[in-house]
Design a protein around this ligand. Structure first.
Ligand SMILES: Cc1cc2nc3c(=O)[nH]c(=O)nc-3n(C[C@H](O)[C@H](O)[C@H](O)COP(=O)(O)OP(=O)(O)OC[C@H]3O[C@@H](n4cnc5c(N)ncnc54)[C@H](O)[C@@H]3O)c2cc1C
Length: 477
């Protein structure tokens, strides 16, 4: 980047908030995906006016600008494949209002999910989309990816929790989308479009979010299964039965082994386990839901059933799921846990097939893949455990992903449930959305004619993600 451009950026946000040291660029060159590419500069705005001035400058000079929150995205959304300005939004981290009578809060985008929930707790309410990365994920990043979490089966994803927002558009204009009300039929719901747009349509500088009461009672149960197919079928029947779980998670044998290896939880090494939770203000209603789910688990050969209201016991049951992601990297010291085809959604009736398909495809391609996820929301995660030094393992991974996504699309599933598209999943996304791609491109062109906002992602991502972008790993030929 030209020295004069750096000086201009420093004049907007101050010397301390512009970083271009190689070490800083390196850190901001990757997220939680496999990809890597360096930005030209990192800029940290402290307020909306800063954002507007930076965007106006970038637009005039056609410089790419990539908004970034915690950088925990798993698909390369914040990896700046065309260089440019990485806009670190974490200094804009104020909770502006908690409005109890009108049941909403207003926050800046850099607020971390856990911090928001800590602030809401004394009011007896919580913000429910909460991904497993809530210790680092920011509200801006959750909006960017339409994140969801273990409780989204009952309370919805980020898009369901956003009432409105202030957005800096590609020309630097500040606009208001949505409302502070529960319902709105006043034209296009632009705030819903910005959710899931991965920083490609505008930069969120304020969000109005709804929250819900913390339930009086929560009961969490577990059921073990000797067959993952049985567990998948139990998920399908629970959701079709009208039960209302506040959590319904599946973990497979690989996930269980990885957790047992890293933590002393003594989980039974079965083919699969289901975690099921119900919550509410009336204990009898919670009991009713738990009994209903347990009955269905038993019908599908679930065993070792237990459930508890006790917070310590619940934490113990949940611990394995909570720490699963880091545990997977310890499954086998020779294998790294990579996020590639890392999340998808399929209709409930296909959940069992999906889990079996993942294992069959992994076996066929000589890699290890796990199947787990927020299955009550139809969401299935995978991680590919492989020797990332070996070129042939990357080729096998690529073949496995292609087969898995072909299956997902064939059963009317979707490429991403919650982690978004970015770079890693662009190939399947483009096939899935083939007949609406022109519409999506037209929206992008209309809102960002100079293509400065996070260019090269989603519809614009390179055709071959392995060779077209650098990987975060060194691969031997
Ligand atoms: C251990 C682990 C567990 C995870 N578990 C989950 C899970 O359970 N559920 C889930 O959904 N995801 C999960 N993720 C993925 C990721 O953490 C979430 O998607 C999270 O919401 C990303 O937040 P972030 O602040 O890190 O966003 P980033 O990765 O920094 O950004 C995400 C996207 O949002 C855009 N963006 C950021 N800020 C703004 C802004 N102000 N305006 C416009 N666009 C913006 C970025 O450009 C990018 O496209 C997990 C990741 C990890 C590492």
């Amino acid at each position: 980047m030209k020295k004069s451009d750096l000086e201009k950026l420093k004049s907007i946000v101050g010397e301390n908030n512009v970083k271009s040291d190689p070490a800083d660029l390196y850190i901001y060159g990757s997220d939680s995906s496999v990809h890597n590419a360096l930005p030209w500069v990192i800029v940290r705005p402290e307020n909306t006016e800063h954002v507007q001035k930076i965007v106006k400058f970038a637009n005039k000079n056609k410089i790419p600008i990539i908004p970034r929150g915690g950088g925990s995205g798993m698909c390369g959304q914040t990896v700046p494949i065309h260089g440019g300005i990485t806009l670190d939004m974490k200094l804009m981290n104020r909770i502006l209002e908690i409005n109890m009578p009108d049941v909403y809060c207003r926050v800046e985008p850099g607020v971390v999910d856990d911090d928001l929930n800590m602030a809401l707790k004394p009011h007896g309410v919580f913000f429910p989309p909460t991904p497993a990365s809530s210790r680092i994920a920011t509200i801006g990043g959750e909006i960017g990816n339409n994140a969801s979490g273990v409780r989204s089966v009952k309370y919805g994803a980020t898009r369901d929790a956003v009432l409105g927002m202030k957005v800096v558009m590609a020309n630097g204009d500040l606009v208001d989308f949505g409302a502070h009300t529960r319902v709105e039929a006043s034209g296009y719901q632009m705030h819903k479009l910005i959710v899931g747009s991965e920083g490609t349509l505008g930069i969120v500088v304020e969000a109005t979010l709804k929250f819900v009461p913390i339930p009086e009672f929560r009961c969490l149960g577990i059921a073990n299964f000797d067959s993952i197919k049985d567990a998948g079928e139990a998920v399908g029947e629970i959701m079709a039965s009208g039960a209302n779980p506040s959590m319904l998670e599946l973990v497979d044998s690989i996930a269980i082994k990885a957790v047992n290896k890293t933590m002393d939880l003594g989980l039974a090494e079965v083919d699969a386990a289901l975690l099921y939770e119900a919550d509410g203000m009336v204990v009898e209603a919670v009991d009713y839901e738990i009994n209903k789910m347990q009955k269905i688990c038993k019908k599908h050969n679930g065993k070792d059933l237990k459930a508890s209201y006790d917070p310590d016991e619940r934490a113990k049951i949940f611990m394995g799921r909570k720490k699963l992601f880091p545990a997977l990297s310890k499954y086998d010291e020779a294998l790294s846990s990579t996020s590639l085809a890392d999340d998808m959604a399929v209709p409930y009736s296909k959940m069992a097939d999906m889990a079996e398909k993942i294992h069959a495809v992994a076996k066929k391609n000589n890699i290890v893949m796990t199947a787990y996820g927020h299955c009550g929301s139809g969401c299935m995660h995978t991680k590919i455990l492989m020797d990332t030094n070996r070129k042939d393992q990357w080729a096998s991974a690529k073949k496995a992903i292609t087969e898995i996504y072909e299956y997902v699309r064939s059963v009317n599933g979707t490429t991403s449930a919650e982690h978004g598209i970015g770079l890693s999943k662009a190939e399947s996304f483009k096939i899935e959305k083939a007949n609406s791609l022109d519409t999506l491109k037209a929206i992008k062109k209309a809102l960002d004619p100079n293509n400065i906002l996070n260019p090269g992602k989603m519809m614009q991502a390179p055709e071959d993600w392995v060779t077209a972008t650098d990987l975060r790993y060194s691969v031997n030929s």
